[in-house]
Design a protein around this ligand. Structure first.
Ligand SMILES: [Zn+2]
Length: 242
């Protein structure tokens, strides 16, 4: 039985929501991820996690939001950026639509770090709504999970096309990863980026921040299991009123 709304009839959707009034809205981005990964990494990973969480909890997965705030990669081929306020509107209007159908909780499962602030503002905008709440899920305990399962350090706390994302992709969609093109790149720390407005897209030649060459499917699968469990717990607890 599918957990994805896009494959359900109206009645099948209503039946699932009557049983478990929560949906997962995967949030992604369409942006460059180095020479070795496709543009849709953040969509593909968010959808994969969303599906696993839904299978574990009974929640229903909405079609993924394919675009995010990707301003930093605006000049890299194929990358698309929408304004943060546009994404915030889409999240809120999606939730308000779903509230009319008995959905009580929308869980944002995010694959793109730069969506995080927007998710918070959307959740705040609807916090006082009488019928529906928005919840934010993004790779819980990321630092600790990476410390345990990845060999290479991340670049100043940022994960992009690195050992982490590449490992997750090898676990989820190995046919879309070209490990022969994977590289290691740690750009110099840049004041313009950290304290000014310079886009990180100007810092890395390959588009990789970290060491993608160390990625394995086993690392990815281990981390996915941890994230799935933790996010599924969050969904169950919220829906049980905890
Ligand atoms: Zn990514």
């Amino acid at each position: 039985m599918t957990v994805e709304a896009k494959y359900l009839s109206r009645d099948a959707f209503a039946e699932r929501i009557a049983k478990f009034p929560a949906v997962i809205l995967p949030l992604g981005a369409t942006e460059q991820h180095g020479y070795h990964l496709p543009l849709g990494v953040d969509i593909i990973l968010a959808e994969a996690l969303a599906t696993r969480i839904a299978e574990a909890t009974g929640a229903t997965v909405m079609p993924a939001m394919p675009f995010g705030y990707s301003w930093v990669w605006r000049d890299a081929p194929g990358s698309v950026t929408v304004e943060a306020r546009t994404l915030e509107d889409v999240i809120c209007q999606t939730a308000e639509s779903l509230a009319r159908h008995g959905v009580r909780h929308v869980f944002l499962v995010n694959g793109h770090e730069a969506n995080s602030a927007t998710m918070k503002y959307a959740a705040r905008r609807l916090w006082d709504h009488p019928d529906i709440k928005v919840w934010r899920l993004f790779y819980p305990n990321l630092t600790a999970v990476m410390a345990e399962h990845c060999e290479s350090p991340n670049w100043h706390g940022i994960v992009h096309a690195c050992e982490f994302e590449t490992s997750l992709m090898l676990a989820v969609a190995p046919n879309l990863v070209d490990m022969e093109k994977a590289v290691r790149e740690y750009p110099d720390r840049d004041r313009g980026y950290f304290q000014g407005g310079r886009p990180m897209g100007e810092l890395s030649r390959s588009g990789v921040f970290g060491d993608a060459t160390l990625a394995t499917a086993a690392k990815g699968e281990a981390m996915l299991e941890i994230f799935t469990q933790s996010m599924a717990d969050a969904v169950r607890e919220v829906c049980a009123g905890k």
